[in-house]
Every structure is written in structure tokens, then in C-alpha cells.
Design a protein around this ligand. Sequence first.
Ligand code: PDD
Length: 277
Amino acid sequence: PIIMTQSKFAHKESLSYPYEERGLQFGDGIYEVVRIYEGKYYLFEEHVDRLFRSAEAIKLVLPFNKEELSNLLLELLKRNNMETNGKLYLQATRGSAPRDHVFPVDVLPNIYAYIQDQPRKTNTLEKGVNAITHRDMRWENCYIKSLNLLPNVMAKQVASENNCYEAILHRDGIVTECSSSNVYLVKDGKVYTHPTTKNILHGCVRMAIERFTEELGIPLIEEAFSLEDIQTADELFLSSSTSEITPIVKVDDLQIKDGNPGKVTRQLQSAYENDAN
Ligand code: PDD
């Protein structure tokens, strides 16, 4: 496989990282995951825009503009002869320097990007998944796609140990998002989801869902829902670049309605399929 590192292309094996690297030592960096369908990026501009927003939020100056980065990433697809379904992972850190919390001076960011196969998760898309609820233990700037994922990793691990796919995170009973996806509740034909404050990541698939609901005439209400609201929900679903729009059919010990994916979720899944193809 060919990767991109800094603004060049190289073989994967040639990538090595110094031990004094700010991404490794401080989690001082940002990342993106972009879906690829049949060799083409999906929601590409949204991801590139978000990467630059994250960079700005952590005062990281990237060594290229949006157009230059987009061209590099398109070139990466070509060099890998990518034609199948996959994903791109890109990260940018504040660079390599002797360990010091203060930003290093005159040090360039370390950047790399690679693509990988990622088949569609047809089974979970069809049947839905189970989730746990878990306290949101993250910081106040979850809108930044930061490399600091320890609370997300810890919550996802608890989900996994309980044979669940995701952890639905809440702050004092108010649901924010999941450990690596956004989450939505359907009640009486309306879709509820947390507003895009600093407490959640503004998902690129969420942006697409904003568009789909408008096209379908389904009200999307950007109001947070609570753990209590889940008890009486008609449907629940989550969204992310790798999970697309996945129904949630059980939360902790509670089955959602009859335990099958609901109608609104199915409508949005079809809209997604049409948009991505
Ligand atoms: N996760 N919320 C969180 C905390 C996320 O980590 C993600 C994405 C999302 C959904 O964002 P998007 O629709 O842009 O993929 C929401 C990626 C896929 C990951 O960390 O692997």
C-alpha cells in the first residue's frame, strides 16, 4: 500500500515515527476518517472542511490549503488503484520535538494518510445493533476531532464486553452522542438529535441526514433527548462514516418497540444508499 506522509507519497513500510512525537506523547493532533465507495470519497468536502476547523481549533497550521490537500488525497486513491469500498484515515500532529507541553517553535506538523478496504457492514445495517448507555466522560471540546480518544475507547470497551456495538453517552442523563458515532431518537415521526454544540462532533453523515430529512419532509429537531426519553422511543439509530445509518434495536436491557429497525430509520438508510451511489 501507498501512504501519504507530509505532502509526499511513500510505501507503508517506510513510515516510522520518532519516540518524541506530540501525537504519541500528548495526543496533540487531529484526524479524519472518510468513507470510500467504489473508489470514490463520500462527503469529501465536509471532511476536508472539518479537518481544517479542527486544526484551527487547536492552533495547528497545516502546510497546505484545502484544495492542495484534496488533490493529494485524490492522488492517494489513484496510486493505490482503489476501486472498492474502503476508508481513508488521516492524522496531523503538532510534530516531533523534545517533550514539552508548550508548542514547539519552527516545527512542522507530522501528517500521514492511508486507505484501507472497508466492506459495508450489511449485517448490522440490516438487523440493527445493541447499545449500552454510559457516562460521557470527555472534555468540553468534543467538536474537535482530536486524537485524544481515551474516554471513547474506555466506553466502547465496556460496550464490547457487554456484547454491544456502541455506547450511548450521556451527561447527567442528557444524551450527547455515541463513542464513535452520532445518535438519534425517533418519536411520533420526528427525529431528535443533540444540537451541534461543542459537546458533540458534527458528523459528516449527520450533515447528510440533515439534508435527507429535509428532502423527505421528516422533521429533524436539534434538541437533546434524555435517557428517560429512550424508554418510550419509537426508533433509535446511529450514524458515522464507517457505520453509515445503523438501527439500534436494544439499549441496556430495553428492547426498542418490537426489536426491529423502524420505518423512519429505513427511509433514511435508503436515502443514504441513493446519495452514496
Ligand atoms: N468516528 N461522533 C464521534 C465521537 C465520532 O468519533 C464520529 C466518527 C462521529 C461521526 O462522524 P462522521 O459522520 O463524520 O463519521 C460522531 C470515526 C468514524 C472514527 O473515529 O473512526
